[in-house]
Design a protein. Structure first.
Length: 129
């Protein structure tokens, strides 16, 4: 399956790598060009046991890639995951401002439509596949 992970921070990077490890083709996208350049050059911004080796292997085998081009990533994926920060709001609920910003971030209409389709599918199929 072709997946996009929006946000290459701790959650997005680890999740994307795990999805690639089990055979999915994953594009991790982030708006931090320096982070993406570092990832493309083998520099991993976080530490988890074995993560660097897994990322290198999945990248070399073509299952894991990194980009700042969200439009390309979304258009070349079956499923998109948004893995951006949701810090607690004043009332302790998740602050979704960054996630909502990501929905409008350079992807124009295609990302919003894909996420809406995915959401509709999840609502209709709560047990998964």
């Amino acid at each position: 399956m072709k997946l996009t992970i929006i946000g290459a921070g701790y959650v997005g990077l680890v999740s994307g790598n795990c999805f690639a490890e089990v055979g999915n083709n994953v594009i991790c996208v982030d708006n931090d060009k320096t982070k993406i350049d570092d990832l493309n050059n083998g520099k991993i911004p976080i530490w988890e046991p074995g993560l660097e080796e897994m990322i290198r292997r999945n990248s070399e085998e073509g299952r894991l890639s990194f980009t700042t081009n969200i439009k390309h990533a979304v258009e070349n994926s079956d499923i998109c995951f948004i893995a951006v920060g949701t810090p607690p709001d004043k009332d302790a609920s998740a602050d979704l401002a960054l996630a909502k910003t990501e929905l409008n971030w350079k992807a124009e209409r295609s990302l919003r439509e894909m996420c809406a389709d995915s959401w509709r599918w999840q609502v209709k199929n709560p047990e998964g596949y």
